[in-house]
Ligand binder design. Structure first.
Ligand code: GAP
Length: 459
């Protein structure tokens, strides 16, 4: 694993951003917990997404659908039949690996729609060149397709479907499709309009790779936009531009983003692009933007028996709405933001400063307050009174442990843009020092002006 990735993983644990799940029990593969700074950062990422997707849009509304859904939904969506990854096992060390990933590593690209036989043929042609990444041997089992849906042991007592397995949702958007009619009937929306949702999804991922990049439990931020058939590709282009801009607004530099057009499409997609981010392990999918045609609503109409077509109030044209979607994993957005922000700087005297240069709107803590000395009650009291005021408006931290230099380093490592120190001059003239994370410059400001200065600087 590249050094930068190792350093980010170590920082995430050391500073309470991300913890491996169930660590005291030896861990639980491909599941992670968010620590105190991680949850603040993720909340800010989600807030920015919601602001761009819902708050600033007249044509998009929010939703929070349940994780459990009728089992038929996953048949209609195609997930029961088609949502499977091709799996092989190394006969020497028993590592289970995704065949499409192994082939990708030697520049052979498998089609998502391939049957088990077809992918076996492709793998047979190339497997002689593929060594097991774990043990280096070259001895593979036959390829098997492995369904990604996670079954839940939930008694489904109420209806005829009591014998069908209930699944934890594999993507959040199905909850949007099955609420399309509810939203249309209850809100003042007309096509084109969108429904946005943030929520957990679960997948039986075969290989869990690269920290929080691919996990078995993850959160998605998805927006589904319902439009007429002839508007679909026009809206799709608009959505692509819009989503690119979103990442620039999050402070991601353009050189670290690129488009990847899918030649081999997933079972529901008519056209699909990924926005890829330059993670420490290379450019990989951050977000998927898909033109899904009328596939989803046609399927749900067929399986539920409920008409889901739309009649245009002006033209009287009747059609099943087409859908374009934007779908991004919160964990991947978090990893991109962390990668972008992570900096190691050489200081005078040879010390290395690790600093997370988040845009202020994403920073978990906006301002930290320090009394210069912890054993001077008058300094502590003054610093506490400033802290008690500021915490009403900003995510604020109070710290009086260790010397000031150590406290600055700690805040740099969690990306706090501003630190305020209360010293002996404060007791004389009611001023404090305000220290900037990125420039490390300090300025003297009046206590009475702190709030307004922070509001301005944190914009
Ligand atoms: N509704 C469409 C959909 O779910 P997808 O390409 O399977 O499409 C969309 O997933 C996004 O969800 C991906 O671009 C990625 O950001 C995130 N994602 C998918 N599987 C993930 C996993 N196992 N762990 C973390 N994020 C994942």
């Amino acid at each position: 694993m590249p050094d930068k990735m190792q350093n980010i993983i170590a920082l995430c644990k050391r500073r309470g951003f991300v913890f491996a799940s169930s660590e005291i029990y030896g861990g639980f593969s491909a599941v992670y917990d968010l620590g105190p700074y991680g949850v603040e950062l993720v909340n800010n990422i989600k807030k920015e997404w919601w602001k761009a997707m819902v708050q600033e849009r007249e044509d998009i509304v929010g939703l929070d659908s349940a994780i459990f859904m009728h089992p038929r939904i996953w048949e209609a969506s195609g997930h029961v039949g088609g949502f499977a990854d091709p799996l092989t096992e190394c006969k020497k060390c028993n590592s289970r690996l995704r065949v499409d990933h192994l082939l990708e590593d030697i520049e052979i690209f498998a089609d998502e729609k391939m049957t088990e036989d077809e992918i076996n043929k492709l793998f047979d042609t190339h497997k002689g060149k593929i060594k097991c990444p774990t043990c280096g041997k070259n001895d593979w089992t036959k390829v098997k397709k492995f369904n990604l849906l996670v079954k839940a042991n939930l008694g489904n007592f109420a209806d005829d479907w009591s014998k069908a397995p209930v699944y934890l949702r594999g993507e959040t958007c199905q909850g949007i499709y099955v609420n399309y009619l509810n939203v249309l009937d209850s809100c003042r929306v007309q096509i084109p309009f969108g429904i946005a949702q943030i929520g957990k999804a679960f997948r039986n991922e075969i290989t869990a790779r690269q920290f929080i990049f691919r996990t078995r439990e993850f959160e998605q931020m998805e927006m589904q936009y319902f439009c007429s058939p002839n508007q679909e590709m026009i809206e799709y282009e608009k959505l692509r531009q819009n989503r690119w801009q979103y990442y620039l607004n999050l402070g991601i530099s353009e050189k670290n983003l690129k488009w990847h057009k899918h030649e081999n499409l997933v079972f529901y997609a008519k056209e699909a692009y990924d926005i890829e981010y330059n993670f420490p392990f290379g450019f990989k999918e951050l977000e998927g933007i898909h033109a899904r045609s009328d596939y989803d609503l046609s399927q749900h109409s067929k399986f539920s028996g409920v008409a889901l077509d739309y009649t245009d109030p002006k033209t009287k044209e009747k059609y099943i709405p087409h859908i374009i979607e934007s779908s991004v994993g919160v964990g991947r957005a978090l990893l991109a933001v962390l990668t972008e922000a992570y900096n190691e700087e050489q200081m005078e005297g040879g010390e290395t400063r690790i600093v997370l240069k988040f845009p202020a709107k994403l920073a978990p803590i906006k301002v930290a307050i320090f009394p210069l000395l912890a054993n001077k009650p008058e300094l502590v009291e003054k610093a506490r009174s400033i802290f008690n005021e500021l915490k009403k408006d900003f995510q604020t931290e109070f710290d009086d442990s260790g010397n000031i230099g150590k406290r600055y380093r700690r805040q740099d490592e969690v990306g706090t843009p501003y630190c305020i120190t209360v010293d002996f001059d404060t007791l004389q003239d009611d001023t404090v020092t305000l220290r900037d994370r990125d420039t490390m410059k300090q300025e003297r400001i009046k206590i009475s002006e702190i709030k307004n200065i922070l509001i301005e600087k944190l914009k």
